[in-house]
Design a protein around this ligand. Sequence first.
Ligand SMILES: Cc1cc2nc3c(=O)[nH]c(=O)nc-3n(C[C@H](O)[C@H](O)[C@H](O)COP(=O)(O)OP(=O)(O)OC[C@H]3O[C@@H](n4cnc5c(N)ncnc54)[C@H](O)[C@@H]3O)c2cc1C
Length: 366
Amino acid sequence: MNEILKVNAEDLDCVIQPGVTREALNEYLRDTGLFFPIDPGANASLGGMAATRASGTNAVRYGTMRENVINMSVVMPDGRIIKTAARTRKSSAGYDLTKLMVGSEGTLGIITELTLRLYGIPEQISAGVCQFDSVEGACNTTIFAMQTGLPMARIELLDGLQIEMINKYSGLEYEAKPTLFLEFHGSPDGVQEQIESFNAIAEDFGGGNIQWVETMEARNKLWKARHDAYYAMLAWRQGSQGIATDACVPISRLAECIAEAQKDVAEFGLVAPIVGHVGDGNFHITPLVMMDDPDEVIRAEKFIERLNMRAIAMEGTCTGEHGIGQGKRRFLKIEHGAGADIMASIKLAIDPDNIMNPGKVVSFYE
Ligand SMILES: Cc1cc2nc3c(=O)[nH]c(=O)nc-3n(C[C@H](O)[C@H](O)[C@H](O)COP(=O)(O)OP(=O)(O)OC[C@H]3O[C@@H](n4cnc5c(N)ncnc54)[C@H](O)[C@@H]3O)c2cc1C
């Protein structure tokens, strides 16, 4: 199911089948001057992205799949086919079935059609790289930029280790220091103003001169290197498996949460680079684990448990974008308490025979 069914350019939306990938959609839209912004790095299917409530590098400006799915057709477990909403930008007609289905990880029904929001391709796109002596400086710059309302399109943190890895894998030559990859969208004057404001903030927190990435080719190389971060990690510690983590906290707690996690990495003796969509308070630390070393596996598991528990204790979440799946069901209960029981009740009401992705998200049946 990979057809693009309709582009309503005047309404800034499109109707697609769930197997269309985000790259295929943007390739199709190229001549219209429109684009679909959600970019999880991987060339995922838009059905899968809606099912996992995916986000990624430019969610800080455009939101996640939650904000960008307008309507869906869904085949329900009993065979009924529903539309979750009208094609309008807003509606107050009843419960929000679209938001119920986005992020349901295939446990409530099968998405067979999606109506997605589209955006005009910005007149000016500028990308840059800003390096810091400490992760704290990079985080505080991010926090301050967000608090002052700078409309960042992308603001991605990579720690020194991750920079070493992508330098080697993608042929870049940045200093092995905590680094922000940045992107600004808008009119030429607007982008210039954003850049000046950002520069002033970064300087206050020890940010070095921003290195601007001027051409589209260089910009694509930068973001490709960011998107290849996972593969750069695996190439760095050959034979290891990357255990992806995904914590998200209110942005004011970001610097503290990352600093504590770094102390844990040292305490547990792990190799674990950091990348983060820090404008959203979301980051990933990926322990690179030799799975044939049982002691290292246990240390990684303990580290991940502590990371999840700390994020929840900071009024954050155990997953900003990867979802619950099977591995995080325990943390869903800790994070939501009785709310997790309500989720199980919804699952039972909609799918009493438990035929939709049994065993994922809710643990009602165990
Ligand atoms: C290298 C890498 C980097 C990534 N970085 C990010 C990131 O930065 N941000 C982020 O958000 N994610 C990230 N991801 C995860 C990515 O967003 C997900 O893999 C994606 O959202 C799922 O899409 P998929 O096509 O792979 O779906 P699948 O893996 O096929 O499915 C994912 C889930 O959705 C369900 N599903 C799929 N299609 C439907 C449907 N039509 N109806 C109902 N349920 C369905 C499946 O049953 C499954 O539970 C990354 C992944 C990789 C490999």
